[in-house]
Design a protein around this ligand. Structure first.
Ligand code: RB5
Length: 197
């Protein structure tokens, strides 16, 4: 399931990446669209064209449709907090839209969650931070392994689906590497910034 992250080059099948925002993300979207072009991607800018108020779902759904249908493998959304865009995009089957406000969260969203839509909280990150977050997300591959089964389970909504998938998912667990944390005796202490299991 690990997707090719090869950066497009002019004339060599450049990867098409759609990007959309609402009014709150309009200016940062333009900055990030420029970065994507500079990096060699074919940018599909879905708007809006101005910072006049719009409703974020009107821009989230068309982009999420493109990812869900397989027309593109990934896309970028922006709104003020990132939350509204992520709620709307994550309604689409197969979409994993991750709000990232640091490059590290963007990296983990790829490594652990195979996030196929990056959502930026435009009112809470600078242009420079936004560019760093986007670069981190673009350049990080999905790690697979123990995360493969967890990502597969995201799509299971009903008890029947879960029951039907138990065999498949336990097969996927075979040979899985051990967890780094936990001794089976409770949650331990909360230590932000430690562990990536
Ligand atoms: C617009 O003011 C704001 O609500 C929107 O950009 C977003 O943050 C919604 O989740």
């Amino acid at each position: 399931m690990t997707q090719s992250l090869s950066r497009g080059r002019v004339g060599v099948g450049r990867e098409r990446i759609p990007i959309a925002s609402d009014h709150a993300g309009c200016a940062l979207r333009s900055t990030l669209a420029t970065l994507l072009t500079e990096l060699g991607y074919e940018v599909d800018d879905l708007g809006p064209a101005t910072a006049d108020p719009v409703d974020f779902p009107d821009f989230a759904h068309p982009l999420a449709d493109m990812v869900a249908s397989g027309a593109v493998s990934r896309g970028v959304l922006l709104c003020g907090t990132g939350l509204g865009m992520s709620y709307a995009a994550n309604r689409h089957a197969g979409v994993r839209a991750a709000v990232a406000w640091t490059p590290e969260i963007a990296r983990l969203a790829r490594q652990h969650n195979d996030a196929n839509i990056l959502v930026l909280p435009a009112r809470f990150v600078s242009d420079e931070e936004g560019r760093d977050i986007l670069r981190s997300w673009l350049d990080t591959p999905f790690e697979g392994g123990r995360h493969q089964k967890r990502v597969a389970k995201i799509e299971l909504h009903s008890r029947a689906e879960v029951a039907g998938s138990i065999t498949m998912l336990s097969l996927m667990s075979d040979g899985e590497e051990g967890e780094a944390d936990g001794d089976g005796r409770g949650c331990g202490t909360h230590e932000p910034g430690t562990g990536e299991s």
